[in-house]
Design a protein around this ligand. Structure first.
Ligand SMILES: *Cc1c(COP(=O)(O)O)cnc(C)c1O
Length: 403
């Protein structure tokens, strides 16, 4: 069967608008399309391929587990799930793990757990969930309603109730609204989709203190920041603030779908047998690949490497900006980097992405004004330089087109 981009419009639900390129193969930070064109990958899916494409450790884990056992159900547990859970517990604040298949599902579990804890301990009136404008937590109806962009949750009928939003980094706005009826505050410890916005250190500490004061749980959505992306295993470890519940997905499986919710024993107790579940969650194939990804990322070499590569990345981006003056700010942490376009290019971040594809480079955007980079955490220096040379050409093309 011949497969082309036109087939997408014929047979796929039109909720995505994929580019004309159809990639067929990847290796490390390089990807090839149907026509054999080679791209440098600074996107990693969307911050998913933490070890690039077809990393040998992940391929080996997939093959080994693929010949042993793919799926049971949660009627029985399995070795890869237990090993991965033990490693997550050993490496974080958490004492208990729940596995899901995606970020949204991990967040769904986190929100349901928070609601259940509040109801069990304090009563039904304690149901308010506070989240932040521009936050992103996934696309199930609960998580998209907690997310801070009404455009994503409008138009689907009545929303889950008792969810309110305040501005990120605005502690007094949170203080004004939080009360003893607040069940949880959910936040990203660096807003990804919302434009690569870092929290101020005092803000995060303040959120933690307000949660403690009102017996509200603090949920960190680390779906994008987790598993080495910021140079820490999890971003909370660099902020000096520990959440009550943490969610992880994207990089967790290095490209194999898996999500996880991490919490303490005392909170986990509230999800008693039968209260929540998933057919695939904790599937042995996913957990075996995630275990290999976790073992590879959770080393001093790789985590220090993220910090070093980030320095080079920013240097090269700054050098491009010195020439073309298209960015007002380069921000982010580790290898989650945002380049904010100047007013002259406001709303046009996507133009840079399109121009990059023309130069055989994959990048991302985060909103209309920010170009986002989320390369492999082990991307070789030569690929960073090659990709940045391509990005410079893309920037030059956008500048020329806007003259
Ligand atoms: C991507 C993302 C999600 C959603 O993850 P899915 O796997 O698409 O459901 C949730 N939260 C954050 C912070 C994300 O970046």
């Amino acid at each position: 069967m011949s497969v082309s981009r036109e087939l997408f419009d014929q047979v796929m639900v039109p909720n995505y608008a994929p580019s004309a390129v159809i990639p067929v193969r990847g290796q490390g930070s390089r990807v090839w399309d149907q026509q054999g064109r080679e791209y440098v990958d600074f996107a990693g899916g969307i911050a998913v391929n933490c070890l690039g494409h077809c990393h040998p450790a992940l391929v080996a884990a997939l093959k080994e587990q693929g010949e042993k056992l793919w799926h049971l159900s949660n009627v029985m547990t399995n070795e890869p799930a237990l090993r991965l859970a033990k490693k997550l517990v050993d490496a974080t604040f958490a004492e208990k793990v729940y596995f899901a298949n995606s970020g949204a599902e991990a967040n769904e579990a986190a929100l349901k757990l928070a609601r259940r804890v509040a109801q069990d301990r304090f009563g039904a009136q304690k149901s308010q969930i506070i989240a932040f404008y521009k936050g992103f937590h996934g696309r199930t109806f609960f998580t998209v309603s907690v997310g801070g962009q009404a455009a994503y949750s409008d138009g689907f009928g009545p929303k889950p109730a008792d969810i309110v939003h305040v501005d990120y980094n605005d502690l007094s706005a949170l203080e004004a609204i939080i009360s003893d009826n607040t069940c949880a505050v959910m936040m990203e410890p660096l807003q990804g989709e919302g434009g690569i916005v870092s929290p101020e250190a005092e803000f995060v500490k303040g959120v933690r203190a307000l949660c403690d004061k009102h017996n509200a749980l603090l949920i960190f959505d680390e779906v994008q920041t987790g598993v080495g992306r910021t140079g820490e295993l999890y971003a909370y470890q660099g902020l000096g603030v520990t959440p009550d519940i943490l969610t992880s997905a994207k990089a967790l499986g290095g490209g194999f779908p898996i999500g996880a919710m991490l919490t303490t024993t005392a909170l986990a107790e509230h999800l008693k047998v039968g209260t929540h579940g998933s057919t695939y969650g904790g599937n042995p194939l996913a957990c075996a690949v995630a275990e290999a990804a976790f073992d590879t990322v959770n080393t001093k070499e790789v985590l220090d490497g993220v910090k070093q590569k980030a320095v080079l990345f920013r240097e090269l981006l700054s050098a491009i900006n010195d020439k073309y003056a298209v960015f007002s700010e380069i921000r982010g942490k580790g290898l989650l980097i945002g380049a904010v376009v100047t007013d002259a290019y406001k709303g046009k971040a996507k133009d840079f992405l399109t121009a990059a594809i023309n130069e055989n480079l994959m990048v991302l955007v985060a909103g209309a004004d920010v170009i986002r980079f989320a390369p492999s955490l082990v991307i070789p220096e030569a690929d960073i330089r090659d990709g940045m040379a391509r990005f410079e050409k893309a920037v030059a093309a956008v500048v020329a087109a806007n003259k």
